[in-house]
Design a protein. Sequence first.
Length: 127
Amino acid sequence: MIGYVTIGINDLDKSVAFYDAAMAEIGYKRTFKDGGWAGYGLDGKEEGLMVYLATPFDKNAASFGNGSMLAFKAPSRAAVEAFHRAGLAHGGRDEGAPGVRGEGTPPFYGAYVRDPVGNKLCAYFKG
């Protein structure tokens, strides 16, 4: 089980604006912003899967990995749609509008955005 995820960023304020808006739509709230870092937890709690934003330790510019993506469970299709809208409204780029993907049962309903650095994120709901 994954305990936390760290996402490399180049501009803390710009990235916090994006993540505050998009993550709130799927139940994550910022738990802190300090020392070049910010953290997010489900319902604003520091337990379960935590998401951290940070500038790279080696002081080089943050970049994204080709083929890398983080996917977050959302509580509903409406939350997936709101995540996508909020991400685009706060500096993100579209990588796939909300919709059903594949033919699984229950259906996989997802949306994809890239954050201000270019990290690919998905919010999805199965049900």
